[in-house]
Design a protein around this ligand. Sequence first.
Ligand SMILES: Cc1cc2nc3c(=O)[nH]c(=O)nc-3n(C[C@H](O)[C@H](O)[C@H](O)COP(=O)(O)O)c2cc1C
Length: 400
Amino acid sequence: MLAGKRILLIIGGGIAAYKALDLIRRLRERGASVAPVLTRAAEEFVTPLSVAALAGANVHRDLFDLTAEAEMGHIQLSRSADLVVVAPATADLMAKMAGGLANDLASTLLLATDTQVLIAPAMNVRMWQHAATVRNRAVLAGDGILSVGPNEGDMACGEYGPGRMAEPLEIVAAIEGILGGWAGPLAGRHVLVTSGPTHEPIDPVRYIANRSSGAQGTALAAALRDLGAKVTFVTGPATVPPPQGVTVVKVETAQQMLAAVEAALPAEAAVFAAAVADWRVANAADRKMKKDGSGTPPALSFAENPDILATISQLAKGRPRLVVGFAAETDDVIAHATAKRARKGCDWIVANDVSPATGIMGGSENAVTVLTAEAAETWPRMAKDAVARKLAARIAEALA
Ligand SMILES: Cc1cc2nc3c(=O)[nH]c(=O)nc-3n(C[C@H](O)[C@H](O)[C@H](O)COP(=O)(O)O)c2cc1C
């Protein structure tokens, strides 16, 4: 799949640099060539000799290499690859990238390149969660830098949390996805996913919302993408960031979400995981409401929002082949979800119990029952990522 692809691999100075050796091996096994670059700090963790031997290529280490620079080597090197991969991406390298610094070979290449860049961050959990790194991550994402990981787990420093570099095979999968060689069962299929809450304005500064984090919809979009689908991800103001490698459409209100969904059609499947407000404020003010001293609170009146799931399920023309709704219920979950499936006209309903005791809404786990025309299947409680992968596999089967 990666045969003939050229990867410029920048290895930063972190403990995870040893995994970069395995990454080189995995990439070469798949037919890719690897041009390795070591930062000065990386040489403290892996030797240039090991890297060169595994890559079967010279290691680039010095910005002021006279031989290479006779041909403006750093510019050549930065442009000659199909993909630039930074693994491990240290906090330091990420900060340099975000700030546009270019004071060594690695950072200069990253600033001079016109090629897509993928980073695999690796650092101590406190470094990962530090406000400066959080800021740099947002800047890099905004600049179109793709990332894979980090994972959560035990760290070399003895702490636990997010910061472990993605495993070499996960990085390889991300590279395959980016370079378009991905031939999953949904390759080339367009799938629409909605996610997150909606915000319905009361006045310009206040709104009515719900507790949806967008975690389940985001995980689902990522799982469908991983099966090769072209995903359009229509999201309300969620607290989790949207996945990479999908087309993101950000909306606030239910009415905007319906318009974005309609604009994104046609699609072969549509999954409505967003927690859309049933009502909006009919008499929303266009200026901030003020207390008038009378002690009388303002009277809000409500209007029903469009029913996105029913609208798309009942389209006479251009209905996706598979329409999947989510039912968030707090009581009598199966009975309500069964009735909802019939009323809306969708193909499947994924029902979950969001009563506060379950901790599901806003949490990281989900316990769902998938209702189809034929059956109701209850899955054990599992991580939202795992629910997403299982559901994505079902969708792939249904569209096969
Ligand atoms: C033992 C040891 C382990 C380190 N591990 C990491 C790490 O995993 N991630 C990181 O961002 N920095 C780590 N550092 C700090 C970096 O090596 C340091 O910030 C260095 O300047 C990075 O340089 P570079 O970004 O040019 O590779 C480590 C330092 C030491 C001494």
